[in-house]
Design a protein around this ligand. Structure first.
Ligand code: DAH
Length: 364
């Protein structure tokens, strides 16, 4: 009497026979052996099922039918593959396309970062990173922002308290606070801008200086369309003899032409930063409306792309440079801002949500 095990054994037998059948003729032999009306494996199986006990019959009938369908399907598929002339080796169709392995790609922010690095490297700039935990001196004071300077407020700061022991962990941790450290303790903080790296680099090097510092910065902002408490900036600094505002304009124009479009329009507008004098904001012609005015550029036709200026003599003096002999320019902006304008992203939070439907649109 057949049982499920017997059917399984026949299945193995069939698969071996099918795998060995490499020609049309061999395939016909297999078909006759398994599906032949008289004495075929399936025919005998069906006969045996018919005489099985009423209790066993439904299950066995179902298994036998399933097996029969399987055999028919497999024989048809194999015949089609033989007819299409594809070589078959040991039961494997070696011409079938391989399985697609999904390939990841760069995050849009990483891609923009690489582009910024490549453009400034070609112009002879050294690319740097630097500490995300800074002290008040490098983040503010040496950049011409004394303790009560109002510009400190614009960069609502995460202060780091004194190291505190973390219960149970045994290692000291650091508590994030939103209040400055008391005056008798040196304040450490999460850097609010990459400008702090200007100071660190100049302290350690004599002019000429040509650097771009890139990395994470932190501000006490509630997330919305254009704010996240952590984002990325890049900061440029060039110091040498006889550096002028024309050098600043030429360099930054070359940069935006490369990263946006060769024919992009630019505009510089006076602004204020404590560490530059004069200071300027740079605008590009709106990449969304071509300058005719749209909601993104608030109908002005222009988009602000970065802050810049000639390095303030107080900053040069703070690092011990001779401010009579050397001049320089500096600039800084958000990687997110560049990426949003470049790719038409209207919500900065999308960069951090790891939603594949967003990320898959960028295949660098
Ligand atoms: N630090 C400014 C910010 O975080 C950007 C900036 C403006 C950097 C002007 C500069 C500069 O070097 O000259 O928004």
């Amino acid at each position: 009497m057949p049982d499920a095990e017997e059917i399984e054994r026949l299945r193995v037998e069939f698969q071996a026979a099918l795998a060995a059948a490499a020609t049309d003729q061999a395939l016909r032999v297999v078909r006759d052996r398994f599906l032949g009306r008289k004495g075929g494996v399936i025919a005998s199986l069906m006969k045996a099922v018919a005489s099985a006990s009423p209790a066993d019959r439904p299950l066995l009938g179902m298994l036998a039918n399933q097996f029969k369908n399987e055999i028919e399907g497999a024989l048809d598929a194999r015949r089609a593959s033989l007819e299409s002339g594809r070589p078959v080796a040991g039961g494997l169709d070696v011409t079938l396309p391989g399985r697609q392995v999904p390939l990841g790609h760069l995050h849009p922010l990483t891609h923009v970062r690489h582009q910024v690095e490549a453009i400034f490297s070609r112009m002879g700039y050294e690319i740097l990173e630097g500490p995300e935990i800074e002290d008040d001196y490098h983040n503010f004071e040496a950049l011409n922002m004394p303790p009560e300077h109002p510009a400190r407020d614009m960069q609502d700061t995460f202060f780091l308290g004194q190291p505190v022991p973390q219960r149970g962990l045994g290692t000291p941790g650091t508590r994030v606070s939103t209040r400055p450290a008391p005056p008798d303790r040196p304040a450490t903080l999460l850097r609010t801008h990459t400008s702090a790296m200007q100071i660190r680099y100049m302290e350690a090097h004599e002019p000429p200086v040509r650097i771009v510092a890139i990395g994470k910065v932190f501000r006490r902002d509630n997330p919305d369309l254009t704010h996240t408490p952590m984002f990325h900036q890049f900061e440029g600094l060039l110091v040498d003899e006889r550096v002028t505002f024309a050098d600043l304009k030429g360099t930054l124009t070359a940069f935006v032409r490369e990263i946006f479009a060769p024919d992009i329009k630019v505009m510089f507008r006076p602004s204020f930063f404590p560490y530059t004098e004069p200071s300027a904001e740079m605008f590009i012609g709106c990449v969304f409306c071509g300058g005719t005015g749209c909601p993104v550029c608030k109908r002005t036709g222009w988009l602000e792309i970065l802050g810049s200026g000639m390095v303030h003599p107080s900053v040069l003096e703070a690092v011990g440079y001779d401010a009579e002999r050397y001049t320089g320019f500096a600039f800084g902006t958000g990687i997110e801002r560049v990426a949003m304008l470049k790719y038409g992203v209207d919500d900065i939070r999308l960069f951090y949500e790891n939603d594949l439907r967003f990320l898959e649109q960028f295949s660098f």
